[in-house]
Design a protein around this ligand. Sequence first.
Ligand code: ACM
Length: 678
Amino acid sequence: MRATIQLVVMLSTPLTLPAQAPLSHDLMPVPASVTLSSEQLRIDSNFAVAIVRHRDVRLERAITRTITRLEGRVGMPLSRRFGSDRGATLVIDVAGPGFRVPDPAEDESYDLNVSASQAVLTAPTVVGAMRGLETFLQLQAADGHGVFAQGAEIRDAPRFRWRGLLLDVSRHFEPVDVIKRTLDGMAVVKLNVFHWHLSDDQGFRVESLRLPRLQQLGSDSLFYTQEQIRDIVAYAADRGIRVMPEFDMPGHSSAWFVGYPNLASGPGPFEIARTWGTFAPTMDPTKESTYRFLDTFIGEMVALFPDHYWHVGGDEVEPKQWHENPAIQAWMKGHGIANEVALHTAFNKRLFAIVQKHDKIPVGWDEIFQPDLPTAAVIQSWRSSEALGASAKAGFRGILSAPYYIDHQKATSEFYLPDPIPAGSDLTGAERALVLGGEACMWSEYITPETIDSRIWPRLAAIAERFWSPGSVNDVTDMYRRLEVTSRRLGEVGLGHEDHTRRMVRRLAGDSAPLFEALLDYVRPRDFGGSGTSQMVPHTQLIDAAVADPHATWDLAGRARRAGTGDVAAATQLRADFRRMTGFYSRLLAVKDRIPEATDALQVAGALDQLGHVGLEALDFAARRTSPGPQWRVDADSALAAVAPDRMRQWQLRPVVADAVRLLVDAARALPSPGGSL
Ligand code: ACM
């Protein structure tokens, strides 16, 4: 009885429907190939795991983590002995260990077959098996009898070999436990590169024993000891995740100069930067002592970071100090270097020679891509997607980040659709092979250990799918359906994103917290932001409690579109949302003398009030199939104009419902019959 369907007809039907209903899954990322069956493998006290071929401690630890999560779901202890009985519930058949140090060439493929009697996971490497174990965990569902794994035949492998998250720990430091839970979340969604942005103007975050003033004077005592670095690198490797360090240079380097001012191109003294932007202090590319320093530094650091790739930064080089230093100007003239771009390239050539001497492959931001750069370098495109294509055409390997800046407070759908190799790309096959993948970037101007989970998750899960799954997987409504389940599952590894808003508003608003929590269902922070414009502010305001893509509004525009085509359930749900939105303003007025945050929220609550009324009226017109009168049209346009991006420039909190209301207003406007009494 194998009523199978292919992934391509996957429908948005929950698992709990009768067996004849179309089968669907909530896997994220979607595997390369899935065939579902109606069989169910029960997970109960008889659950047993067998390892039948290659076995090592990394594999055993991964299985133990899987069992721990399963136990949490079934609520009973499960056997942690791994036998070799091919009749076990979960049989793991791995050919070999894979690379000793996680490597972009790792074979992460796996096959997973789940029937009513058994699950068999086959993989060429331990990392492939780990990816398959995550899929096995995602196949779990429950019914009145308990927990089961859904029957499936899965053949899976990633589309891109480089699937990363950049985390900036300079602008705000993140402790070890935060890094570890972030790595755990990455493993859940099959990401494999942790790009660790360890130095910038606002802080130098690694302990150097040979150049100790780096952390002693450049970090406010917020840095990782060498032991902590080794621990995190091992923790990541245990999950099949590479750790690529970035020490950004020659710009973005003020924090180095507090302890070592002679590295800089201008006179000191220097300070750790406390605000955001680009700063004048820049390394001096003309002095031999700079390269001796970097050789010593990199020579020490390579022992901590076994990854083959070494990120040198290279972004936003501010040439002010180069222009103002007569010795540098004279050096440039003497060496036939015409401008600051050529000087940056001269610096990179020397730097790359050091990096390569220490057996690493250099990686750098867009700006390093200059005509006579050696093609050994990997280019990370942050300024545009087109730049990635240009570097591939010039023979460079590349990683795309431009569309995946999750420090911007945009909806998940906006990050989900851009593709490292978009459909219709004019790259040749050979050029496509140079596109290694992509990285989401979590710059940390506005994040703290308290807010970080809510800024990364669950949006990163959708980006992870873009990097792993076939390019044809791009249905936004279905993405949000699966993201809902995925988001909950990410909580299982200790991520706090789902509790974030509640936790923060309880502190801000006491027993009025439910009002603020409800308001933040329809509100996001301003585009690039949190409270304050310096490293020193605590980030504990309402804007920090808000999230970029509040769950209540996921796919709201999709719901509006469906309501417009007669979907009654979608219209009913939208009405409930709009009614809630119209209540906030008066309720905030009632508490504003007790709770300062209420005053800050009035502006956005006023906009929500208006948009809610317009939305309800537009739905009424649609239900009655009567076209609105001219005055209503004017009022609706004015409510929407009030929340146009240029009008909201000063707003800290922004409504996230305008697109859906606009769709409904346009639909009402297009209704056939003239007249209407409003
Ligand atoms: C960057 O965002 N400056 C790489």
